[in-house]
Design a protein around this ligand. Structure first.
Ligand SMILES: *Cc1c(COP(=O)(O)O)cnc(C)c1O
Length: 442
């Protein structure tokens, strides 16, 4: 079976050029660091498009499939344009994401709004901008959404988000489909929700069921189990309520390769499991194949992204670790401090394997937990060297903060030797922009 891009640690265009310097998208990373300063997020367009094509290729034998990129992994205007140009729709989780994709000119029918506590303003924005589906998470939202839709004189297509009670082996904080989760209706609450929609909420048009079982998933069996639960539930709903649903949204979650020991399945393997499971369940119950929605986030954007840092101070703990500090850290990449995420890195301007030393890469923020990589072998890291940390496309910029009153980094898009800024570096004045001094303090 074919390999796919999510199984690679590095962007597909990564290479050492004739000077031994690291290059991505035909751009020398040392030059990018000089030109745009560090920390710097770099996105390789070729890798991003390759992943989208992996997905399309993997599912080409199933006609009724919709790819909805989970924007929360990385949502910027330029990224939205690229992903939309590949024919993908968008899974959005806030007014900010709705606004970003709307302003980028996305066909809003291909947008799906998720979240466990959507506000009246966000639901109204979704209806005003014509968002295609809203995945309703709970009873309060059913009532609110029906009222809002009625006030606009509209009917909205919805999914019911359910919790299929599947345990997957990923970090506690990125599990979402187990019984004790804040997300979605428990399966025992589905009947009540359907009766409300049928009898009272006439501005809601139920299209199907939605589940999302977690993130950074390497197992395939969990998708099989999830699909069987969703299809069985569709059949049960039709029998009990006479409501025919023909859509299932199976969420995202496919993992990526951060370090050598990570072995995520390929998109082709996942597609095979998903398609076979859908067919098997449908044949078992003798029903038509549903339209499938997928919401991949991490596996779309993670591998395309790297972060460049400049190495600064070092500390050798007597008889202990050697710390090497970089000019970024937990504010631009909170994942290691949030869930012990691991990364792979290389020095850009030195041959990869000479004079190796075991060091710990730490950030510049005032927290001892601000460590990017524990115990990595690097070729004699020195102040001024540029470090490239791989696989930072997902959940880095989108989770970044201004901790320690630092400016968020810039992001550049590289392709065939060209580099373009797609997010500007914040300035010192940007940091003050929302501050207000009341007149009595002046
Ligand atoms: C986060 C999320 C996704 C994307 O998950 P990935 O692991 O990034 O693929 C998809 N659907 C829902 C509902 C989510 O909350």
């Amino acid at each position: 079976m074919k390999n796919s891009t999510n199984q690679s640690i590095k962007p597909i265009t990564t290479r050492r050029n004739d000077y031994g310097y690291l290059e991505i998208g035909g751009c020398d990373l040392t030059e990018l660091a000089n030109k745009y300063a560090t920390p710097l997020y770099v996105i390789d367009e070729a890798t991003l498009r390759a992943v989208c094509n992996d997905y399309k290729d993997a599912f080409k034998d199933y006609e009724k499939v919709n790819f909805m990129y989970a924007s929360k992994a990385l949502c910027t205007s330029a990224i939205t344009k690229i992903v939309a140009s590949e024919g993908f729709g968008f899974d959005v989780v806030s007014g900010g994401e709705i606004y970003t994709v709307y302003k980028a000119g996305v066909d809003m029918k291909k947008v799906l709004f998720n979240g466990n506590n959507k506000t009246v303003d966000e639901l109204s924005l979704a209806i005003e901008t014509g968002v295609g589906h809203i995945s309703v998470d709970n009873f309060l939202e059913l009532t609110m959404l029906n009222e809002i839709a009625k006030s606009y004189g509209k009917t909205v297509d919805i999914f019911l988000r359910v919790t299929p009670a599947i345990e997957c082996h990923t970090h506690e904080y990125i599990k979402t489909g187990n019984l004790d989760s804040k997300f979605g209706f428990d399966l025992s609450q589905v009947d009540e929700a359907i009766e409300l929609i049928k009898d009272e909420y006439t501005n809601l048009n139920l299209r199907g069921l939605h589940a999302h079982i977690g993130s950074q998933i390497f197992e395939t069996q969990v998708y099989h189990d999830e699909i069987d639960i969703l299809v069985t539930e569709l059949v049960r709903i039709e029998k009990k309520h006479g409501v025919k649903l023909d859509e299932i949204n199976i969420g995202g979650g496919l993992g990526v390769k951060y370090v050598e020991t990570d072995v995520p399945p390929s998109t082709h393997k996942i597609a095979e499991v998903i398609i076979n499971s859908v067919k098997l369940s449908c044949e078992k119950h003798n029903v038509n194949y549903p339209t499938i929605y997928l919401e991949p986030g991490r596996s779309i954007i993670s591998t395309s992204g790297v972060t460049l840092y400049t190495i600064g101070s070092q500390k050798q703990v007597p008889n202990g670790r050697k710390y090497v500090a970089v000019d970024g850290g937990m504010a631009d990449n909170p994942r290691p401090s949030m869930y012990q995420a691991e990364y792979t890195a290389e020095i850009v301007n030195k041959p990869a394997n000479e004079d190796l030393q075991k060091v710990t890469i730490c950030g510049r923020y005032c927290e001892s937990g601000d460590v990017i990589i524990k115990n990595i072998e690097l070729p004699n890291p020195e102040a001024g060297d540029v470090l490239c940390v791989y696989n930072t496309g997902a959940y880095n910029y989108s989770m970044a903060s201004n901790y320690n009153r630092t400016q968020k980094p810039a992001m550049v898009l590289v392709n065939s030797g060209l580099s373009d800024i797609i997010v500007k570096r914040e300035s010192l004045d940007d940091l003050l922009e929302h501050d207000v001094i009341p007149s009595r303090l002046k």
